[in-house]
Write a protein of this length. Structure first.
Length: 72
């Protein structure tokens, strides 16, 4: 649905840390060995006749972005 937005405006970026590897679900109830920096984005999607406020989580480290893009 977001792909149909006429405009997408990021209104807030908040850096934070996430446990484990971004995009992977922990297994066996084992605590993760490390934390990863991420950004929580708040944005407004403008569909022309209506708006929607959305919140997205995104990796910050370029190697994590590349890893996720190659997984497609």
């Amino acid at each position: 649905m977001l792909a149909k937005a006429k405009a997408f405006t990021i209104t807030k970026i908040e850096p934070c840390y996430s446990e484990g590897v971004f995009g992977e679900v922990p297994t066996n109830d084992v605590p993760p060995e490390f934390v990863t920096p991420i950004a929580e984005l708040e944005a407004v999607a403008d569909f022309g006749n209506s708006n929607a406020t959305v919140r997205l989580l995104s990796p910050i480290i370029s190697s994590e972005v590349n890893r996720l893009l190659k997984a497609k």
